[in-house]
Every structure is written in structure tokens, then in C-alpha cells.
Design a protein around this ligand. Structure first.
Ligand code: 25A
Ligand code: L14
Length: 340
């Protein structure tokens, strides 16, 4: 006995990874319905050796009969279609920013706040947090539970895949042009040239001069951790890396927690892998973490500004744990709780 699963935005980076992760984790799928924009209609994608044709979302008269819908087609698609799927009887796990801060919609990282998933009953929607937020809270939660956390300062080093397949191609095209000695094509999907550059601009600028990506890390962290007092300040930066986001995190704790103890606690925490052996130059790096489902933590040390406090380096695959894997884990949680 399995479920009838729909994927909205199936041809995108995250959409294709939904298919891989559902297959790898052997999620009980009875039937699969793939949706994307009209541009992708008629393309086929493979799941467990069988081909499925992509259907145009805007031509579908009804979504009845679908049990679970995984969305990753951007905020405006989610705003319009998630309620339609929910009305027709499906539960929606939404990967966009559309529903995350709705007080009636749970925002869930299964390692951190699994109990919140029950709130799906309100609107039939569970929101998947922003990728940079997910990996940060997975690494912060075990420390929070042992020592409390009052302040966090974070700088991100985000890969281009976060901006979708188009941005991956943009980095490839710019790099190829440079290698051939040709003129580097102008930016289209990333704010500035990304090849051989570092760009402190992800999503749009807000009234307070922070970007929306940075403010997602502030607001989503508070919602997921159930702590409105935790202070977060972020700088989100795009770097010329294909997959995996890295983060330099500095935090003030309520109680002192020696780095050795933090290492011990984190190495036992769910979904965390500690790689922290500076003598042998071992620390997490993006290219090693690409394709993995866990959050990798290293460079754990005492902070020199926040006392007591800790500093650390956190890396995760933004398309997997930052998006597709976390969403499928939410679906597994819905099954486990008898909600699906
Ligand atoms: O608004 P948000 O929430 O901030 O999200 C914005 C974008 O961020 C990505 C995602 O991009 C999204 O579009 N994203 C969202 N959450 C993310 C997360 N947590 C995230 N990325 C990382 N982590 P994406 O490229 O990964 O996925 C886009 C998918 O959405 C489908 N889509 C777009 N508009 C839609 C729609 N589906 C239904 N209705 C709509 N109105 C999109 O489908 C894709 O599946 P598509 O049809 O655009 O197909 C993409 C395929 O078409 C090719 N292609 C792309 N551009 C062109 C093109 N071919 C010809 N000409 C083009 N101009 C690509 O090769 C691809 O195969
Ligand atoms: O809010 O461009 O989930 O790296 C995650 C990826 C927003 C954009 C989100 C990127 C998106 C972000």
C-alpha cells in the first residue's frame, strides 16, 4: 500500500532530486504525477526504471486523487496551487518561501521540531525551510539543548544551484568562455558575474538593507526553534560553487560549552556528521559534501568575541538536505504520525 504522489516543478534541480530521494529512501509511491510549466510539458523523467511524462500544471482541471504533493516551482506557483491541491484532498510539502511564515503553517526540520508537523491539519500545507536555515538549525539545535543560544552571527557561502538549473548553466558558461579566452557573457540569473567572483546579494533587498535571503535565516530560525528571543544576523553570499552551501557561524551560548563537549554532542546528534581534525587538515568542504544527506560540522572552537560562545563551519548539500531530502523526511514524518 502506497501513495499517489505529485511533484510540482519536477524538471527543476530540486524536482529531479525529489525523484532520486523518493527512490533511494524507498518512500511508498504507488503512482506518480509530474507537473511543470508548459515549457516542460511532454518531457519524460524516470522513477524506479519507469518513465513518466511531465504535465503542464495550468492545464489540469482537478487534483483529486493525489495524496501527497511535493512543490518546488517557486513562490508564486506555490501561492496559487498549494491551496488547490489541499482543497482537492492532498497534503502539500512546499519548498518555496510562500507559506513559511504563515502562523498556521508548520515550518519543519525533522531533526529539530518534528512535533510541529501536526499543524498540517490547519491548511494541509507543511513548509520546507530555506536551505541555509535548515543546515544552520540542524547544527545549532544540539548545542541549544545543552547550553542555550542567545545570539548568532552567520556568513553564508552559497552555491549557484540554489538559484536553480539556469544559474548552474550560467556559472558553466562564464567559466567556459573565460577558459577559451572569450569575453565572459553578462549575468542573467545571478546579480553579478559569478565566475571568479563573490556576490553578497541573494534574493531581493529589504527595507532594512538586508536581503530577503538573510531575513529568512533570522525569522525562520526563530519559528523553527520556538524562540523569539534568539538574535540572528546574517550575510548571505553567492560563491562560484555548483552544489553545497557553507556557513561560518559564531554564537553566544547561555552556559559555557567547551569545544570538545560540543564535538561530542554534535557527533551523536541526528543528521549531523562531525569532520573536525585540524591536525590532519580535516574539515567539511563543499565538494565532499555534495550528494550527501547529512549536515557536516567542523572547525569547532571557542569564539573570541562571544563569551561564552562557539564558532564553527557548517556545510550541507543545499539541494538534498536543504530542499529535497528534508521535504521527503517531512513526508516520512507525516506517514509516521498517521497524518498521511
Ligand atoms: O520563488 P522562490 O521560492 O524563491 O523559488 C525560485 C526558484 O528557486 C528554485 C526553483 O528553481 C525556483 O524556480 N528553488 C525553489 N526552492 C528552492 C530550494 N529550496 C530552489 N532552489 C533550491 N533550493 P529550479 O530551477 O530548481 O526549479 C524550477 C522548477 O519550477 C518549474 N516551474 C517554473 N514555473 C512554473 C513551474 N512549474 C509549473 N508552473 C510554473 N508556472 C520549472 O519548470 C522547474 O521544474 P520548467 O518548465 O521551467 O522547466 C525547467 C526546464 O526547462 C528548461 N528551461 C529552463 N528555462 C528555459 C528552458 N528551456 C528553454 N528555454 C528556457 N528559457 C530547463 O532545462 C529545465 O529542464
Ligand atoms: O527561499 O538563490 O528556499 O540560493 C533557496 C535558494 C531562495 C533562493 C528559498 C538561492 C530559496 C535561494
Amino acid at each position: 500500500m502506497g501513495y499517489r504522489v505529485a511533484i510540482v516543478g519536477a524538471t527543476g534541480e530540486v524536482g529531479r532530486t525529489f525523484l532520486k530521494v523518493l527512490e533511494e529512501r524507498n518512500f511508498p509511491v504507488d503512482d506518480l504525477v509530474l507537473f511543470a510549466s508548459e515549457r516542460s510539458a511532454g518531457k519524460t523523467l524516470t522513477f524506479k526504471g519507469k518513465e513518466y511524462e511531465v504535465r503542464p500544471l495550468n492545464k489540469e482541471p482537478s487534483f483529486k486523487g493525489i495524496d501527497l504533493a511535493l512543490f518546488s516551482a517557486g513562490g508564486s506557483v506555490s501561492k496559487e496551487y498549494a491551496p488547490k491541491f489541499a482543497k482537492d484532498g492532498s497534503l502539500v510539502v512546499d519548498n518555496s518561501s510562500a507559506w513559511r511564515m504563515d502562523p498556521e503553517v508548520p515550518l519543519v526540520v525533522p531533526e529539530v521540531n518534528p512535533e510541529d508537523v501536526k499543524m498540517v491539519k490547519n491548511k494541509g500545507i507543511v513548509a520546507n525551510p530555506n536551505c541555509s536555515t535548515i543546515q544552520m538549525v540542524v547544527a545549532l539545535k544540539p548545542i541549544y539543548d545543552h547550553a542555550g543560544i542567545t545570539k548568532v552571527i552567520v556568513a553564508t557561502y552559497q552555491s549557484v544551484s540554489g538559484a536553480g538549473a539556469k544559474a548552474i548553466r550560467e556559472l558553466e558558461d562564464q567559466t567556459r568562455a573565460w577558459a577559451k579566452g572569450e569575453e565572459i557573457p553578462p549575468p542573467k540569473h545571478i546579480a553579478k558575474q559569478i565566475a571568479f567572483n563573490v556576490v553578497p546579494h541573494i534574493d531581493v533587498f529589504m527595507e532594512n538593507d538586508y536581503t530577503k535571503e538573510e531575513m529568512k535565516m533570522v525569522n525562520e530560525t526563530r519559528k523553527i526553534m520556538h524562540d523569539e528571543n534568539i538574535k540572528v544576523s546574517a550575510t548571505a553570499v553567492r560563491v562560484p560553487v555548483f552544489y553545497s552551501h557553507s556557513e561560518a557561524i559564531h554564537m553566544e551560548t547561555k552556559k559555557p560549552l567547551p569545544p570538545e563537549e560540543a564535538r561530542e554532542i554534535l557527533s551523536k546528534a541526528p543528521g549531523v556528521v562531525v569532520v573536525d581534525d585540524i591536525e590532519n587538515h580535516q574539515y567539511p568542504i563543499a565538494i565532499d559534501v555534495q550528494g550527501r544527506d547529512e549536515v557536516f560540522v567542523g572547525r569547532i572552537r571557542e569564539d573570541l568575541v562571544f563569551t561564552p560562545g562557539l564558532a564553527m563551519w557548517v556545510v550541507a548539500d543545499n539541494i538534498r538536505k536543504g530542499a529535497a531530502t528534508n521535504a521527503v523526511q517531512i513526508a516520512e514524518l507525516l506517514v509516521k504520525e498517521g497524518l498521511l
